[in-house]
Ligand binder design. Structure first.
Ligand SMILES: [Zn+2]
Length: 415
């Protein structure tokens, strides 16, 4: 671990303003994906703040505490090509870019945060030249080996200029989720600006602050996600980097994302009204005011209180509880709602990726999904609550054996 695993920036990530209002604080956690094997249970896992700050200048909601990306991303295990729905999403994504912007055959497409190259593979199949950038060394090496050239690096101005020199200007640059994950967004934007050709377009998808607000997705707040983007602050941000946000589209992946399309100033694409429509909706909801986010946090506290009384009643009746689903966001949910080893005995998960590991900090064992049939807890609380329907459907037998499911959000429900 490096000397300074976490540092707090003093100004807004988008506009540089230093007038920042603390909107709300969630309970500090270790990195949300830091599941540990048994032999590391004795090692201390430090927790870092999850304080949400609202910029009074550009209205951007963000974490200022930045955990060293080397800690968060270098050993990243998530591989996008493993999930059927993500592969389909990326296929549609590539087709969307090709149909809408019609880059010349043979033109260069660069994907920032390219993971295993799933998105680029679809561009390559349509005869574009492709290059991936991803800081996760193992994944980058694997992607290159599988035919998608991938540089294991963090994207910035210097890297954008290096790509330009070695491969020429890009017709399309894509970035998915990167724009929430990186601290130096100005560096990324400047690198993209240097790399894009005259009629080039930068297309990125990022989880949408409006969905975090409307769907109570507060558990998607963790250290990897530094920025909770809405459209309004992004307009001025790109303008300040010599670019124009000319179109946005609300898309459904990750429980609510927005696809943003950006071009050099005086680019070929006329604005289509979608940016104005999105900002009007954001203003209607009050997302341009710190008070709205303060009220949001109060609503979360009410939900927490309801869940805590339910869990306390179940425990005082001598019943047992397990968790279901071990996504990164479960870490925020468990810490902020106080669901520790004194409440749940184990977490069941159908994906083998995290089985036999222990949850970050709280060290609750993650086991195979079937264990809810052998260990027979009285209740299972669904931590991956955005997948509550498919989980309850896949494990209908748990109810048949007399068990009950608890869905904690967006409203507390028992099934
Ligand atoms: Zn700002």
């Amino acid at each position: 671990m490096s000397l300074n695993p976490c540092s707090r920036r003093q100004s807004c990530r988008l506009c540089g303003e230093s007038e920042l209002t603390l909107a709300f604080s969630l309970t500090p956690t270790p990195p949300a994906n830091a599941f540990v094997p048994e032999e590391q249970l004795g090692e201390d896992q430090p927790v870092f703040p999850l304080d949400l700050f609202f910029c009074e200048g550009c209205k951007h909601l963000q974490l200022l505490d930045v955990v060293d990306p080397e800690i968060l991303f270098r050993d990243y295990v998530y591989v996008s090509g493993t999930s059927v729905s993500f592969v389909k999403h990326f296929e549609d994504y590539a087709n969307y870019c090709i149909d809408r912007f019609k880059p010349e055959p043979g033109a260069l497409v660069v994907d920032i945060g390219s993971n295993d190259g799933t998105l680029l593979r679809f561009f390559e199949a349509s005869n574009y030249r492709v290059l991936g950038i991803d800081p996760a060394k193992k994944i980058a090496a694997e992607a290159t080996k599988n035919g998608i050239e991938t540089w294991a690096d963090f994207f910035d101005l210097a890297l954008g200029e290096r790509i330009l020199k070695e491969h020429g200007a890009a017709a399309i640059v894509t970035a998915n989720n990167v724009f929430a994950h990186a601290d130096d967004l100005a560096g990324i934007a400047d690198g993209v600006s240097a790399l894009l050709g005259e009629n080039g377009v930068f297309v990125f998808e990022v989880s949408y602050g409006l969905d975090v607000y409307e769907q109570t997705l507060f558990d998607t707040i963790y250290h990897e996600h530094l920025a909770y983007h809405t459209v309004l602050p992004l307009i001025g941000f790109f303008k300040s980097r010599g670019m124009e946000l000319f179109s946005v589209e609300h898309v459904g992946s990750h429980g609510g994302s927005i696809r943003c399309m950006v071009q050099p100033e005086d680019g070929a694409n006329a604005p289509d009204g979608s940016v104005e429509a999105a900002t009007a909706r954001e203003r209607e909801l009050g997302l341009d005011s710190a008070e709205t986010w303060i009220a949001y946090a109060e609503k979360i506290e009410v939900l927490k209180g309801d869940l805590n009384s339910l869990l306390a009643n179940i425990k005082s009746d001598g019943k047992t509880i397990a968790g279901f689903g071990a996504p990164a966001k479960a870490t925020t949910l468990m810490y902020h709602f106080g669901i520790g080893p004194e409440i749940i005995d184990f977490i069941a998960d159908d994906s083998p990726l995290k089985q036999n590991l222990y949850s970050p900090g709280l060290h609750i064992p993650v086991v195979a999904g079937e264990e809810i049939y052998t260990r027979k807890p009285d209740y299972v609380i669904i931590l991956a609550w955005n997948f509550a329907e498919p989980i309850m459907k896949a494990h209908a037998a748990f109810k048949e054996q007399g068990g009950k499911f608890i869905v904690p959000l967006p409203h507390l429900e028992i099934h």
